[in-house]
Design a protein around this ligand. Sequence first.
Ligand SMILES: [Ca+2]
Ligand SMILES: [Ca+2]
Ligand SMILES: [Ca+2]
Ligand SMILES: [Ca+2]
Length: 336
Amino acid sequence: MSFDTPIMSRRGLNRAAFSSTRGVRLRSLRHLGVGFMTLTLLLSTPACRDDTPRPPVLPGVAEPPCQLKQEAFAISQLNLPGSSTELRDTAFDLDLDGRPDYGIASFRLALSSQLSAPVASDWRNHIDAALADGRATWILVAEVCADGSSDHARVGLYRATDADGDGVFEMVRNGQVPAVGQRDAIGHILATEGTGTAPIVTLFDPLGRAQDAGWVSGSALSVELGPVISDGTRVVRLGLALEHGALDRVVPPLAGFLTEDASSAPGLARLLDSNTDGAVSEEEFRTNVVMKAMLADDVDVLADYEGKTVYWPSRDDQNDSSSLSLVGLARRVEIE
Ligand SMILES: [Ca+2]
Ligand SMILES: [Ca+2]
Ligand SMILES: [Ca+2]
Ligand SMILES: [Ca+2]
């Protein structure tokens, strides 16, 4: 029967009306059905999770939840760990694989153990001197909520200079992103996932001769600003994954040192001088199997994403950076 029958009995009319109504309903339902499917698809498009893994966004690029006030601290004195246990206990896990990362400190400790006692003990003093005398001014800028409305805290790590000599430091900022975290009830700050810079040559200059601090960039910046010791001086613990090649910067000064002062580390100088010409060349240093292992990247904090190298810990199982870990003191300073 056609829904469009023009003449019909009342019964037929009723039936037609029913059929017609039913037809409309059916059409409506069909229409609705299509609409519903479209709607379902529309609704499900955003809900349908895109499971493509994406790298983490550095929390320090986001707007802070409050107005910030800042305090700056110059790293002034390093406590160079004397044992592997100490290294382990003070290091951060930079690549989030569950193990603390202290590759560079471990390298320094191995070298230090080869030095004559006076040279080894002077090494730390030379580092502290460079940190203090302007050759390697290394500054942490801690920011917390000015009104105390939240425990949000961030810490940046920068190179600084005082070109005008007024005792107030000028920060050298090259797009570093502060580490972000919390300030606890007693004012200690723990912040992670930033980027920063470090004077790698200063840290590997046993005779304190280097004028160029060898500033290098790093990611996975992690900072703990701990107890105040005195006059605003605080204990600091930091971790930074230095960019690939950063550790190669220490080869020229170390090879130079072992050539000029072989008597300071006679065993090591002999070991590395493979052609026995009395000098340790950079090539000999780099190709020695032990040094090669020490200089190799030891943490996996970066990976490729859409044609760029981005922060993405333990993503590609390829080590790409050298882990720096240190504990020391930082004294309150003014910055411009
Ligand atoms: Ca790790
Ligand atoms: Ca100044
Ligand atoms: Ca040689
Ligand atoms: Ca990697």
